[in-house]
Design a protein around this ligand. Structure first.
Ligand SMILES: Nc1nc2c(ncn2[C@@H]2O[C@H](COP(=O)(O)OP(=O)(O)OP(=O)(O)O)[C@@H](O)[C@H]2O)c(=O)[nH]1
Ligand SMILES: [Mg+2]
Length: 540
């Protein structure tokens, strides 16, 4: 078993700086980004990279505040300048990821917003800290999704995974290799989408306190921390050399963030639509009541199409999920359309049902008004009565007495008798005017029968035809009511002269030929007077 001795390692690392054929582009401040879960040791590493190897808990000398695993400590992204000899680092500490997606989205948002500003010339290395003691959980998939969205494939070679809390991992090449393998496999099980990342990055172990207790090669801190310090500087520098001094541009990060957020927006919308479709599909297909035939037809179509759900594993990359969601959208397009048609029809049908109820109520009111108008008209017609020729004491209400008096004024009492005898003839005339008004009013031709809807579970089309019928009926009833009312109004107090009576000749003849007449008036006079006589009148 090859054992690293602290001194051997440190000295070999010192040589690394010398041997890693330095290139000019790397003789500058190198940018390092720290990412990882809260409490995973990011801020601790900042202090170690700063050369603070012997810090104790709550040590006032620490430049980046550390915590105690219990809660998230670092809340912002901050850059720290560190150096080891000629190698200068600018290390950006970030808030840690947590175990819930909502918080992680906020953390991710903050990092992707702040880091490009803090590392304007791009990054030379990013360190992802992961305690060896931590059991990878589902959130790891999200965290890797975020990292791979922030640092795209071109940036993977700048990556270093630091297994922290590695105090108990033996400091031998074999042990470390086994541990890397074991942890990488666990990570891949949760987040297979990170395979390329996990096989591209370098691995380091960070031991905070001690290692291999009791072993003759045991080294205690501060040496373990110092060792990490050298290893980290060495790896970052090598990273720069291997990349020919080329950084992973934060512009690419900004672009990646833009793309990620754009995709996320699309994904959220697609997922929301899919969930909505699923609920709508259930609502329609699980409905057990009876439906109108038009809705039933759409329901059958929807059932036949079926809702094709998809399975999204948290281990899928954003791109993979997006591809699946987009495909699902295309697959469900016809279903979406039919569901929309169903709801549209359901809404329209409910609306037209409401409209027909309103129209029905209107029809009832209009029929009632029509019946009232009809009754008033018939009352008026039935009220029509003859002028009471013999009773001068009771003048007819419409003043026709004047006319009849004028007529009567020129005749003798026996004429008045004649008039009385002629009463049945007058009665016929009165009946004629009653009949005439009835006919003019066309009341007897009216067919006021409110339309009805036959089907119990009428379709939209049934309803719309019914609504049309009701509208026509209501308009007709309204118009007829108005006609009857205006005729009734017009006839109020109307007097009917005998000249309007087609059979006036019968009456003239009666007067001319009557055996009871006592003098012989001229036919012309009789005709004239009778013609102008109001025989009957309507009430006021
Ligand atoms: N035993 C042991 N403790 C460690 C190790 N790394 C960090 N710690 C301790 O873990 C605690 C949390 O470390 P921090 O450096 O504050 O963790 P962080 O990642 O910055 O956490 P946040 O700022 O909350 O995101 C501190 O008490 C450290 O001393 C390690 O390798 N081994
Ligand atoms: Mg911190």
């Amino acid at each position: 078993m090859k054992i690293f001795s602290a001194f051997a390692i440190i000295s070999s690392l010192c040589c690394l700086f010398v041997h890693a054929s330095p290139i000019e582009q790397c003789n500058r401040r190198l940018n390092v980004l720290l990412l990882g879960y809260y409490g995973s040791g990011k801020s601790t590493i900042v202090n170690v990279l700063h050369g603070l190897f012997d810090l104790k808990i709550n040590d006032k000398r620490e430049i980046a505040k550390t915590g105690n695993h219990m809660r998230s400590v670092t809340q912002n992204c901050t850059g720290y300048d560190c150096s080891n000899g000629d190698i200068k680092l600018h290390v950006v500490d970030t808030p840690g990821f947590e175990n819930n997606e909502a918080t992680n989205n906020k953390v991710a948002s903050l990092i992707s917003e702040k880091v490009p500003m803090l590392l304007k010339d791009g990054l030379d290395a990013f360190l992802f800290t992961f305690p060896v003691t931590r059991v990878p959980d589902d959130q790891l998939a999200n965290v890797f999704n975020f990292i791979t969205s922030l640092i795209t494939k071109e940036g993977y070679k700048h990556g270093i995974i630091v297994f922290t809390s590695a105090d108990d991992v033996k400091m031998t090449e074999k042990e470390e290799k086994l541990k890397i393998e074991e942890l990488r496999n666990e990570m891949l099980r949760i987040a297979p989408q990170a395979e390329e990342l996990l096989y591209t990055v370098k691995y380091l172990f960070y031991r905070h306190r001690s290692a291999e207790d009791g072993d003759e090669n045991t080294i205690f801190f501060p040496e373990t921390r110092k060792m990490f310090h050298f290893q980290a500087y060495s790896e970052v520098y090598k990273n720069c050399v291997n990349n020919n001094g080329k950084t992973f541009s934060t512009q690419a990060m900004i672009e990646a963030k833009r793309k990620y957020e754009e995709n996320k927006k699309e994904l959220d919308a697609l997922q929301k639509d899919r969930e909505q479709l699923r609920m709508n599909f259930q609502r329609i297909t699980l409905f057990g009541g009876s439906l109108s035939s038009d809705l039933q037809k759409l329901k059958n179509d929807i059932e036949k199409m079926g809702f094709r759900n998809i399975n999204i594993a948290s281990s899928m990359t954003q791109e993979e999920v997006l591809t699946i969601e987009r495909k699902s959208k295309t697959d469900n397009e016809k279903l979406v359309k039919t569901v929309q048609d169903y709801f549209f029809l359901e809404k329209e049908r409910a609306q037209i049902m409401k409209n027909t109820t309103t129209l029905q109520n209107q029809a009832d009111e209009l029929v009632q008004k029509y019946n009232e108008a009809k009754k008033a008209c018939l009352d008026q017609i039935n009220w029509i009565r003859s002028v009471d020729i013999n009773n001068r004491e009771i003048p007819p209400p419409n003043g026709d007495l004047r006319v009849s008096s004028a007529f009567l004024g020129g005749i003798s009492v026996s004429w008045s008798n004649a008039l009385r005898v002629a009463k049945p003839l007058f009665a016929e005339a009165v009946q004629y005017f009653r009949d005439k008004l009835t006919e003019d009013s066309k009341i007897n031709n009216d067919k006021i029968v409110k339309p009805t809807l036959q089907s119990d579970n009428a379709t939209f089309e049934n309803y719309s035809k019914y609504a049309e019928k009701l509208t026509t009926f209501n308009n007709m009833v309204k118009q007829r009511t108005q006609e009857i009312q205006s005729a009734t109004d017009k006839n109020r107090g109307r007097a009917f002269k005998l000249c309007e009576y087609p059979e006036i000749q019968k009456i003239i003849n009666f007067f001319m030929e009557s055996s009871i007449r006592t003098y012989s008036p001229k036919r012309k006079n009789v005709e004239e007077r009778l013609s102008n006589t109001s025989i009957c009148f309507c009430p006021n």
